[in-house]
Design a protein around this ligand. Sequence first.
Ligand code: ZN
Ligand code: ZN
Length: 408
Amino acid sequence: MPEKILIVVCDGLGDRPVPGFGNKTPLQSAARPSLNHFARNGACGIIDIIAPGVRPGSDTAHLALFGHDPFKVYTGRGPFEAMGVGMEVRPGDVAFRCNFSTVSADMTILDRRAGRIRDGTVELARALDNWEFEGVKVYFKEGTEHRGVLLLRAPGLSPLVTDSDPHQEGVKPHECAPKAPEAALTARVVNAFVKRSYDILKDHPVNRTRVKAGELPANIVLPRGAGIMPHMPSFLERFGIKTAAIAGVALVKGICRVSGMDIIDVKGATGGLDTDMKAKTAAAVSALDKYDLVFVNIKAADLCGHDGDPKGKAAVVRRLDAAMAIVKKALPEGAFLALTADHSTPCCVKDHTGDPVPLAIYGKGVRADRVRTFDEIACARGGLGRLRGLDLLPILLDLAGRSEKFGA
Ligand code: ZN
Ligand code: ZN
């Protein structure tokens, strides 16, 4: 009988030895009986999520874990930026990274980042969002600080257009030009959007207030880096399995959605440090009733890594462990668990690195190895050896009796 699969990804969990912790990693330094239970009774290994030494983003990492080769799927960043700010992205949508910028009355760019504007971009973005031009639906949403995302939706759009953003100051915005005949409509929409952004933003109350305060107005939006959302076959199409995801962060949620997973919203699952991890793992386990594969992303460890806070990261590990105690208790008979991370975010680097991440696969019939603890160092001695992110899904599907034989 095919069995159920639970994948728990602790975002940014991997780390490097911390001198203040006697050269243990934050994961190694924390009490973690439940995590260790899965390692001790499971098969362990380490994963190069994309390839050895390649520093994954959370987006490319999750693509790989879901069995999509990021080098093939992740071409233009625009659609993934759109997911990152919480926009819904559909196959065929073309999206652009954008800056709020400042232009003078003769359209010379004075500041590509509009004085690094922080406040008011929500209102500015709302004034530009939800428009239609030549039958193309146009959406715009603010990102952090001066950043935003432009998303175009219509049949027959193309990402083969040049940037409006000239990537320098003291010049005028570039006319967006098609690089191929089929991109003519896309270019026209972008040019109309840029013009419209100036018309609407130049006298917007947010900008009037900024000018009064001696700040640069964010009076134009300059798109760049067009990308199209490829069609990614769903888990159902690829493997005939029903899948659901629990994730707090918009970017990860977006990738789960385009991978064809149902999104389960869990009360208290914020994607922040305050996220209710126990609520997440409990919801994941009960979702296994209805779904063949359930995926959970828990973000908190990554945040401590970016903050360079090993103590905070160790505290997150203790909370993770308490949340995984629920899985230990309630994982259905026969189900398989994969416990891993999407990348390392070492506190000493404060960013993602290519260091491989620990993996434990737990379940009936798994070849338990000699690994006793769940951490970056111990798991490297496990029976699964060193894998790539793309390997995880086939291994789990095989264990769960859900893969097709290759050959006769
Ligand atoms: Zn991540
Ligand atoms: Zn991160």
